[in-house]
Design a protein around this ligand. Structure first.
Ligand SMILES: Nc1ncnc2c1ncn2[C@@H]1O[C@H](COP(=O)(O)OP(=O)(O)OP(=O)(O)O)[C@@H](O)[C@H]1O
Ligand SMILES: [Mg+2]
Length: 504
């Protein structure tokens, strides 16, 4: 299906999220949308998929103008969107999620039972057949919350395809999924394009765009900055011109973090730790982390990395073992003691665990501040929020509710809310959804904190990020810690093998 957008405008108050956007996606091609955080990529995707109503402009599909006001209108017209933050139902089963949207669509299309069939056996068969086409493995009766982010994405794509979608919008689909899931996703996308579907691929990652897209456009501050052909271009030359279009200048990569362990003290000591999670028990015999050291936790999602972070943050009680921080035994102590000991935690799911929906940036800072007496000093906290917005370059106002921020700006807000002085920072996917410039900026801040002695334990699905910033890497494989490796001795390939249980 050929998709043409012409002169799309959308403002939120005085924010011009989309300003005079025109683009054409040919059938059977993958079209990339690149741009810094807050550039307007998700807004444009939501306009096309009916989640946001445009102020003005035209949407033309295969030469016919269509009026898209709701997601159901979009699906009827053949357009579906995989959202940056999932919109699925974690407490329901895989099959129930697969069925979502069918009956409403059936009514809209004026059909009685045809594709709205509630016959579970038929649906299971359909799900299995579709899964097999793409090599996905999605057990129909499992609870969705037991699936990884990558599997949830796979299911959502299959659901949209089963609803007859011919244009698929993928909003930052490669953040937070494993390398092998990314490979599976890319194969699926190429297969869909070869079948004549049009794919709109929103991303921050130049290498992903280079690998997958035929053409792309770059957005900045709600506008189209330029379009480029991807196929046949030389990689370095393309990357340089895209960075220039996105940020208007070249970016400096910060120097690799290096620490001389002999010169610093062990400040986090973990011994004989055993933690029970829903799906697995994690066993860690010994880990000693020195002041200023960065430990990357590498492994496929759900192999115990999160359990270790939660236990070190005081959010999950281990069954056995000891955690000592700066010579204080923290085992089985209350969460408030962990906070007092200078331990910070940055969760991966910013909307579920990190931020409070419905509250503004200002209100978040109010909650973070300690207040003496009965009254809240709103003026001071407003001032504080203003400052943080400036320092962390958050595109929003103190009164902006966090759910209205763009994905990357939500992540900046989470990071801005961390206490200034920390001894140990535990981070899950710290740069998920951040543009390249922000990623570099965040790590520069983190490295400066490490120079002063702060320790970091972090997970990332991006192996380059783990290699770039870790001193040592703890490899999780098959639900246990398999190796602790000096990052200097590794390459991405070797790390990939270690995660797969091959390299020793
Ligand atoms: N519902 C809303 N209400 C008010 N402002 C909004 C709303 N949705 C988006 N915005 C604003 O519109 C601008 C564009 O946001 P959008 O989410 O489209 O950016 P993005 O390019 O997807 O960024 P990111 O890479 O961070 O996801 C931002 O300034 C954002 O704060
Ligand atoms: Mg976005």
């Amino acid at each position: 299906m050929k998709v043409e957008l012409s002169h799309i405008y959308k403002s939120f108050g005085n924010v011009k999220a989309n300003y005079d956007i025109s683009m054409t996606v040919e059938a059977g091609t993958v079209y990339g949308i690149l741009g810094e955080n807050g550039a307007g990529k998700s807004t444009l995707s939501k306009v096309l998929s009916g989640f946001i109503t445009k102020d003005s402009g035209k949407i033309v599909l295969d030469g016919m103008e269509v009026d898209i006001k709701t997601p159901a209108d979009a699906i009827c017209a053949g357009i579906g969107m995989l959202h940056q933050d999932p919109l699925d139902f974690p407490s329901l089963s895989v099959l129930d999620n697969f069925m979502a949207g069918r009956s409403a669509l059936g009514k809209k299309r004026g059909k009685k039972r045809a594709e709205t069939s509630s016959n579970r056996a038929d649906l299971i068969r359909e799900l299995r057949q579709l899964s097999a086409t793409f090599g996905f493995d999605l057990p129909p009766n499992d609870r969705l919350s037991n699936l990884t982010v990558g599997e949830r994405q796979q299911l959502e794509i299959l659901r949209l395809l089963s609803l007859g979608v011919k244009t698929l919008i993928l909003d930052e689909p490669t953040t937070g999924i494993s390398a092998s899931q990314k490979t599976a996703l890319f194969i699926a996308v190429k297969q869909l394009a070869a079948d004549g579907k049009s794919i709109i691929f929103v991303s921050h990652k130049l290498e992903d765009v280079e690998e997958l897209c035929d053409r792309l456009m770059v957005m900045r501050q709600g506008k189209v900055i330029g379009e480029a052909e991807v196929k046949g271009r030389e990689s370095n030359e393309l990357a340089a011109s895209l960075v220039d279009m996105m940020f208007g200048r070249e970016l400096a990569i910060p120097a690799k973090h290096e620490i001389n362990i002999q010169q610093t003290e062990p400040a986090l000591v973990i011994q004989d730790l055993q933690i029970d999670g829903d799906r697995l028990s994690l066993q860690l015999d010994k880990l000693t982390v020195n002041e200023g050291e960065v430990i990357g936790l590498a492994g496929l999602e759900g192999n115990g990395q999160q359990l270790l972070l939660l236990a070190c943050a005081g959010l999950l009680k281990p069954n056995a073992g000891k955690i000592r921080i700066s010579d204080v035994d923290m085992t089985n102590r209350a969460y408030s003691n962990f906070l007092k000991a200078g331990i910070g935690y940055l969760p991966a799911d910013r909307l579920q665990d990190g931020l409070i929906l419905g509250l503004s940036i200002h209100e978040h800072f109010m909650l973070r501040q300690s207040h003496s007496g009965f009254f809240i000093n709103w003026r001071d906290t407003r001032q504080f929020a203003h400052q943080a917005i400036e320092t962390f370059n958050i595109r929003g106002k103190p009164s902006t509710k966090v759910e209205r921020l763009s994905g990357g700006n939500q992540q900046r807000t989470q990071i801005a809310l961390l206490p200034d002085r920390l001894n140990l920072l535990l981070m899950e996917q710290p740069t998920r959804g951040l543009d390249i410039e922000s990623t570099l900026w965040i790590w520069k801040q983190m490295m400066a904190r490490c120079e002063k002695g702060m320790m970091i334990l972090f997970t990332s699905s991006d192996l380059d990020e783990i290699l770039q910033y870790s001193d040592r890497i703890l490899v999780f494989c098959g639900g246990k810690v398999s190796q602790l490796i000096d990052a200097k001795t590794l390459t991405v390939d070797k790390l990939g093998q270690a995660i797969g249980g091959k390299f020793a």
